[in-house]
Design a protein around this ligand. Structure first.
Ligand code: PLP
Ligand code: COI
Length: 368
């Protein structure tokens, strides 16, 4: 654990009644807990001033670099409550490492992995009552880093701030694990060679919002991006990775080509599928292959995966010219069984055989 000591402001922001009303129906991304973490970085002093403070607005100079040049990165992970009341997170060190990969690409400072983990522990411990216990509910944690130096010259900022906020969450898509439709973005790209596609930075999401609007206008819940060089090679969805399942049980997913996010859910599912003896191909995957595979019956399932979306079955891919219907409207069998295994591990119903869970609040420490 890091040597940097946190100062804590303990007082809750909301009453118990207010919290319980939110936890009854948290939705996704609209409600926030009592506290947040803040740690400051300057070029001269490095990381300092680690605090757990009441959740609320942050002071920001209008000349802060993030507001002008978009120097921002973020992460997403969840805290889960297990049946014995204990609280765990899933592979948080992978989020710390990916945040630092993003930091390098965006010319932001790296944060020591143990400080990242300590900050998660601080926040989840103080806001433990905010971790919901309902089915498919969790506390979504959003670590992020912004450049907040007041300077309009275009260069890497010499002052940054790392924050973590937390939001009780139900399913990302309303309707639970109902299969979703996705829209093929033909006019807009999210990433290109040498760009920031593999980094988790706000700018990638800004670029995805207009195509996401087009997707919604066409009755789709997510947008699928292809490589702008080929318009056929599949990259990923606006906020999730993509898998196809072949009739022989092989999983196929786009390789990490520099344009797509190295999803922790993607990585975990590859491992779980291999553990079961499934072949997993990480390679170039095309829309044409998907279309032909469905027509010939060799591609039988498709799903999206990510921390927020967990595993969400895909029922169709739509574009201006065609619609690919994957299977029938029911979720795929392998999709659902992998979902059950992964969520089973996270929620404590399935053995954590890979050591992926980080226990934050053990059952014994809970005062109930
Ligand atoms: N791809 C994008 C663009 C994302 O925003 C996310 C979500 O974080 C993912 C993939 C899935 O990554 P992970 O499984 O680590 O949440
Ligand atoms: C996540 O899954 O954590 C993301 O950042 C994706 C976003 C759609 C919420």
């Amino acid at each position: 654990m890091s040597d940097l000591q946190f100062t804590r402001t303990e007082a809750p922001r909301l009453s118990r009644e207010e919290r319980e009303a939110i936890l009854n129906d948290p939705g996704f991304g609209s409600h926030f807990t009592d506290h947040m973490v803040s740690i400051v970085w300057t070029k001269g002093e490095g990381w300092h001033n680690a605090e757990v403070i009441p959740y609320g607005p942050i002071p920001m100079d209008p000349a802060a670099s993030v507001l002008h040049y978009g120097q921002e990165i973020f992460e997403g992970l969840k805290a889960y409550r297990r049946p014995d009341g204990s609280i765990v997170t899933f592979r948080p060190e992978a989020n710390a490492q990916r945040l630092n990969d993003s930091a390098r690409r965006l010319a932001l400072p790296e944060i020591p992995e143990e400080l990242f983990i300590k900050a998660i522990h601080e926040l989840v411990t103080i806001d433990a009552d905010w971790v919901p216990s309902g089915a498919d509910q969790s506390l979504y944690l959003r670590p992020f880093m912004i450049a907040d130096e007041s300077f309009l010259g275009v260069r890497a900022a010499e002052r940054a701030r790392f924050l973590i906020i937390a939001s009780p969450a139900g399913p990302y898509f309303t309707g639970g694990v109902k299969p979703v439709s996705i829209w093929l973005s033909e006019d807009h790209a999210r990433a290109g060679r040498g760009g920031t596609g593999a980094a988790k930075c706000g700018g990638n999401y800004a670029a995805s919002l207009l195509p996401q609007q087009v997707a919604a206008e066409n009755g789709c819940q997510q947008v699928l991006f292809t490589d702008s060089a080929t318009d056929d090679t599949i990259d990923e969805l606006g906020g999730m990775n993509l898998f196809l399942v072949r009739s022989d049980g092989t999983l196929v997913t786009p390789q990490l080509n520099g344009n797509i996010l190295d999803g922790i859910t993607r990585r975990s599912l590859i491992q779980l599928a291999k553990d079961r003896g499934h072949a997993v191909e990480q390679r170039e995957v095309t829309v044409s292959e998907w279309r032909e595979g469905v027509a010939q019956g060799t591609i039988t399932e498709a799903f999206a995966c990510g921390t927020a979306a967990v595993i969400t079955p895909i029922r169709q891919l739509k574009s201006t010219d065609f619609t690919i219907d994957v299977g029938d409207a029911a979720p795929g069998e392998l999709t659902m069984s992998l979902r059950e295994e992964l969520t089973g591990m996270q929620f404590g119903f399935v053995e954590d055989r890979h050591g992926w869970l980080d226990v934050i609040v053990p059952a014994a420490e809970l005062v109930r």
